[in-house]
Design a binder for this molecule. Structure first.
Ligand code: FES
Ligand SMILES: [Fe+2]
Length: 392
């Protein structure tokens, strides 16, 4: 985030704190609960949002050097992403070209050669078939025709994008827009190194997982003994960038800025920025590192999803053993709050939605992200927008 924007947003948070005001979505919306239950809608979402859209598969620090790889099994296409021998991001369908066995089952690691367990066909980091047993017996196939199926991929500003469709395209101007692209670049995410990860399988729709990130109104209640100790629950800044958004969660530490000249202000003292990157990413940079959370629908059950959270460090703390230890604890603690507090109520919301007894829920004026999430999902699926209501 540019310095002038950091100061402007910190001032806006202070003004809202002092005046006792908050963001205003302009009204209410009723959200039908069947969007969390309907199997046909879940299939359309999976096709359009997860099979037919570029995905963030990690940060540059997830592939630290040539030979690094990661896999993703949460999208309709199994993905193997590598950093090739020239240091470039490459992505492939994670399937052997002989008889289609999944080539790499590990979720990350270092490998210059990928060897299929079935008959030992072997591929390099650029996806080329570089060896097979008894080629004369097999019939001397042309290896240049049997490389891994490549997927569109793009590394920009420390973010690794892959399109799960070999015929898809990645257009970050369309997807993020120039303004958000520039803002994300200003965070220098390319310098972050990988710290750790966790995964939570939860009995709730993937959109309910996203919804828990959509407002801070719940901090004083649900997180009374945790997040609320460090954050103000009823103050935030909120801006949209096409199908994406940025929330700034107001830290109690914002008070320290009042004693400092503006040139010394940092938004990371005043707030935790939370970027929602459509459809399923919450990206949270802070002074020492970053939390990344992605939610993926269960392909068979609209009432289930998996959230994958990963943590990253800036070079200073990454090189300091004590800082690494402290930030590992902080990151695991943050993940634990999401798992043990947010996702417990999300699963509870799923139970009532699945019962069919409550046909809609209500989004308030102070929950603009919820209006925007669901407006975006509906618009991109050609569904009727939810009307904005002045009273409820
Ligand atoms: S299926 Fe991979 S080598 Fe035969
Ligand atoms: Fe929460």
């Amino acid at each position: 985030m540019e310095r002038s924007e950091q100061v402007a947003q910190a001032k806006l948070l202070m003004a809202r704190l002092d005046a006792g005001t908050n963001v205003d979505a302009g009204g209410f919306r009723r959200n039908p609960t069947d969007v969390y239950v309907d199997g046909d809608l879940a299939r359309r979402e999976r096709d359009a949002f997860f099979g037919g859209h570029p995905h963030l598969v990690g940060l540059s620090g997830d592939l630290p050097g040539p030979g690094s790889f990661l896999t993703c099994d949460d999208l309709p296409t199994p993905i193997l992403a590598t950093r090739d021998d020239d240091g470039r991001l490459r992505a492939f369908v994670n399937a052997c070209r002989h008889r289609g066995v999944v080539l790499e089952e590990r979720d990350r690691g270092e490998e210059r050669r990928f060897t299929c367990p079935f008959h030992r066909w072997t591929y390099d980091t650029a996806g080329a078939l570089v060896g097979l047993p008894n080629p004369d017996h097999f019939g001397n196939p042309d290896p240049s025709c049997l490389g891994l199926v490549e997927l569109p991929s793009l590394e920009e500003a420390g973010l690794l994008w892959v399109h799960p469709d070999p015929a898809g395209t990645i257009d970050l101007d369309e997807q993020l827009g120039a303004e958000l692209r520039a803002e994300l670049a200003a965070w220098d995410l390319g310098e972050l190194s990988y710290l750790g990860r966790d995964a939570y399988e939860v009995a709730c729709n993937w959109k309910l997982a996203m919804d828990t990130f959509g407002e801070t109104y719940h901090f004083p209640a649900l997180h009374a003994e945790t997040i609320n100790l460090a954050f103000h629950g009823n103050v935030q800044c909120y801006d949209t960038y096409g199908r994406n958004h940025r929330m700034l969660l107001c830290k109690r530490d914002i008070e320290t800025l009042r004693t400092l000249p503006e040139d010394d202000w940092s938004i990371t003292t005043a707030a935790l920025p939370v970027y929602w990157l459509f459809p399923n990413v919450q990206l949270m940079p802070f002074a020492e590192g970053l939390h990344l959370l992605r939610a993926y629908p269960d392909p068979h059950d609209p009432g289930r999803h998996v959230s994958r959270i990963s943590w990253y460090l800036r070079p200073g703390p990454a090189a300091d053993a004590d800082a690494r230890l402290a930030l590992t604890g902080l990151s695991e603690g943050f993940g634990g709050i999401i798992r043990d507090e947010d996702y417990v109520v999300a699963a509870s919301q799923q139970r009532t939605a699945s019962s069919g007894a409550v046909d809609h829920v209500v989004f308030g004026r102070n929950e603009p992200a919820l209006h925007h999430y669901h407006g975006t999902y509906r618009r991109l699926l050609g569904m009727e927008p939810l009307p904005l209501l002045e009273t409820i």
